[in-house]
Write a protein that binds this ligand. Structure first.
Ligand code: SF4
Length: 696
């Protein structure tokens, strides 16, 4: 059997995979040597994909109110209940909560149905938990949600600053590329900035173990120092930026003493970092969830971008701020308006001209004029009854949203919940009135976009099992049953074609996202589509980097410095909750382990949920390695195995996000996390929850 070229369904690196079906439901997996994200490399998760394809836990047919049903019956129930809810309570009474796991074509159809035809903007995604602070920071600085650089920049640079990113575990192949580049050019320097000493820190020439949540102070101090030392690029600043004075005024308080006080770092190590940054022309700053998942996440992003704008280090080889996304298609979702505060094709809900443009393209009856509810607010609206019909697709919010017990309570009282998933039993699916079986990786057909704006195909190599259907088709069939025109694509290629055409509609180089070169793609072209960077307007080649010409997408085409005064995290430690809980991933698991939990090769890395604690704190609390500890916050509790390690900063503990109520009844770590969000992005603060630990 010939190998099919597809893309790994896990992290935002977006590695190319060669999958060869074995004829018995499994597949042999190898890295695609021709894919420009990974050149044949795979990490532990990607290489184990062939071991995760069994059907034992799959949802294989529709279920309506606990009883197996036909598709006809299930779709009719969904369409009728959504239509009745809209008629009786208005369009704001319905909502979709989708996922960075679905493909761009799925996202496109969900967004078109909600914003163009239902006429509300209540569609949000678990990508809100992942990178929405980066989206907001990009838009404040550049006018658009644009990642300026590419993976090659990490290989071409002389200094990589990794802040709030455990790249070695969360984006392993990109880390492998970085490690190989450093081995080939030992003069390259790597700085890691993270309260934890992670596997990524092992590559670092300098590790800054700063206090959780203090990044803005560190980067504001850097801005102040760079300006004071005359390291600014005066010509770039004058010609291509605005707002520097306000940003410098906000940073004025952060001399070395103040930075040391807020971050808890030594003056010497701060000076060393500032000197390295100042004296190295080619610098890339990579950031991820440690920056984004914060009540000051957007300010953290802008504090980083400010330092690059001051030095003019953006859009050129080996230079720039670089957000890496957690999920395989967080970027694709952004492109088609998968967030409640976006339209499609990077257009703005709040802009009447943008709304008119999309409405004209879709020939839709109505468009929302206001952003919809972001993830945390959306589930609060479910809880208080404003949202009465909810469609959840490819995600498990009862396990993964902050304040997960309140989310569970919200689902329990919601009059109508639809869940589309590949898995039968999840913490969320037990609240579904209608369960719809979806195709999974290996069966799905569409595109994803990785962290460097590269669009790749996910191609099927297995037949859809049972009665499963693609997510986009489920949405389209409900839309058609609700009487809406324009949802009759023959296949995923048709959806992609429309998405590409919309990106070019009325776009005369005034926005960043344009893939108009693919607006007339046919099925054969779609099947053969090679990975490409966006943008690619009609008649042009793809463009790898943005902003080399100093032209941004703000009204005056200048990048904006943003003033970022320091704000402490929303939670307060002390008294009964003396420790700070930080949550994140482990190397060999993905999300709630529905795939990675199926193979012993991956589960043997960490076999059970745990909490990492510094030896000093462990001794103080009378905890020893392998004890069970009750971890409690003001929101919830979890029972976790104690792992004592000096990697952990005193005063902080770490627990992984992967275990759910399906594996162990008291291990949903997000039940502990408070729903504090960033005021600009709406992203929850998942890295700073005051907790206590007691021996169980
Ligand atoms: Fe998959 Fe990410 Fe590993 Fe690449 S690095 S194989 S995309 S999990």
């Amino acid at each position: 059997m010939t190998a099919v070229r597809t893309t790994c369904p896990y992290c935002g690196v977006g590695c190319g995979v060669l999958a060869r079906a074995d004829g018995a439901g499994g597949a042999a997996i190898a890295g695609d040597p021709d894919h420009p994200a990974n050149f044949g490399r795979l990490c532990s998760k990607g290489s184990a994909l062939g071991e995760t394809l069994s059907l034992d836990d799959r949802l294989l047919h529709p279920v309506v109110r606990g009883v197996r049903a036909t598709w006809d019956r299930a779709l009719a129930e969904v369409a009728r209940t959504f239509a009745d809810t809209i008629r009786d309570h208005g369009p704001e009474a319905v909502a979709f909560y989708v996922s960075g796991q679905i493909l761009t074509e799925d996202y496109y159809v969900a967004n078109k149905l909600m914003k163009g035809f239902i006429g509300a903007a209540n569609i949000d995604t678990n990508s809100r938990l992942c990178m929405s602070s980066s989206v907001a920071g990009h838009k404040r600085a550049f006018g658009t949600d644009t990642v300026p650089g590419t993976y090659e920049d990490l290989e071409q640079t002389d200094l990589v600053v990794l802040t709030g990113s455990n790249l070695a575990w969360c984006h392993p192949v990109l880390f492998q590329r970085l490690a190989a580049a450093k081995a080939a050019r030992p003069g390259m320097r790597v700085v890691t900035i993270d309260p934890r000493r992670t596997a990524t820190s092992e590559l670092a020439d300098l590790h800054l173990g700063l206090a959780p949540g203090s990044d803005v102070a560190l980067f504001a101090g850097l801005l102040r120092r760079l300006a004071a030392a005359g390291r600014g690029d005066a010509a770039f600043i004058a010609r291509h930026t605005s707002g520097l004075d306000a940003a410098l005024a906000a940073a004025a308080a952060f001399d070395i003493g103040a930075v040391a006080r807020v971050t808890g770092l030594g003056r010497g190590e701060i000076e060393q970092f500032y000197r390295l940054f100042a004296e190295t022309e080619r610098v890339v700053t990579v950031y991820s969830q440690g920056v984004n998942q914060s009540s000051a996440g957007t300010d953290k992003v802008n504090a980083i971008i400010n330092a690059h704008l001051l030095t003019g280090r953006i859009g050129r080889p080996g230079m720039g701020p670089f957000s890496v996304t957690g999920q395989p298609n967080a970027m694709g979702g952004r492109e088609v308006g998968g967030l409640a505060n976006q339209l499609a094709a990077h257009l703005e809900i709040g802009d009447p001209a943008h709304r008119a443009l999309v409405q004209d393209f879709w020939q839709s009856p109505q468009m929302p004029t206001q952003p919809g509810l972001k993830a945390v607010d959306l589930f609060e609206a479910v809880h208080d009854g404003r949202v009465k019909a909810l469609w959840i697709m490819a995600t498990n919010p009862a396990a993964s949203l902050p304040d997960a017990d309140r989310v569970t309570a919200a689902l329990a009282r919601c009059p109508f919940v639809v869940v589309s998933d590949v898995v039968q039993a999840t913490d969320t699916s037990r609240y579904a009135h209608v369960l719809l079986p979806s195709t999974a990786w290996g069966e799905k057909d569409g595109t994803v976009t990785n962290s460097e704006r590269r669009i790749s195909r996910q191609r099927p190599f297995l037949p859809p099992p049972g009665e499963t259907r693609h997510d986009w088709r489920q949405l389209a069939e409900v839309a058609t049953r609700m009487g809406f025109p324009g949802f009759d694509w023959p296949d995923a290629a048709g959806v992609f074609r429309e998405h590409a055409a919309l990106s070019a509609h009325g776009n005369h180089g005034t926005r960043d996202f344009d893939i108009g070169a693919h607006a007339a793609i046919d099925r054969a072209g779609y099947d053969a589509l090679a990975p490409f960077h966006w943008p690619q307007p009609a008649g042009e080649a793809p463009r790898a980097r943005f902003f080399a010409d100093g032209r941004f997408y703000t009204p005056d085409r200048k990048a904006r410095f943003v003033a970022t005064p320091y704000r402490a995290p929303a939670g307060r430690t002390g008294g009964a909750r003396p420790l700070i809980l930080n949550t994140g991933r482990v190397r060999d698991q993905w999300h709630t382990m529905t795939r990675t939990g199926k193979t012993a090769r991956l589960t043997s890395h960490y076999a059970e949920p745990f909490v990492e604690i510094n030896p000093l704190d462990a001794r103080h609390l009378g905890l020893a390695a392998a004890d069970l500890a009750l971890v409690e916050s003001d929101r919830g509790r979890a029972l976790l195995r104690v792992l004592v390690t000096a990697r952990q900063r005193p005063g902080s503990v770490f627990a992984p996000i992967h275990w759910t109520g399906q594996q162990a009844s008291q291990s949903r770590i997000d039940a502990l996390v408070a729903p504090h969000v960033d005021p600009v992005s709406g992203q929850p603060e998942s890295k700073f929850t005051p907790v206590s630990l007691t021996r169980f």
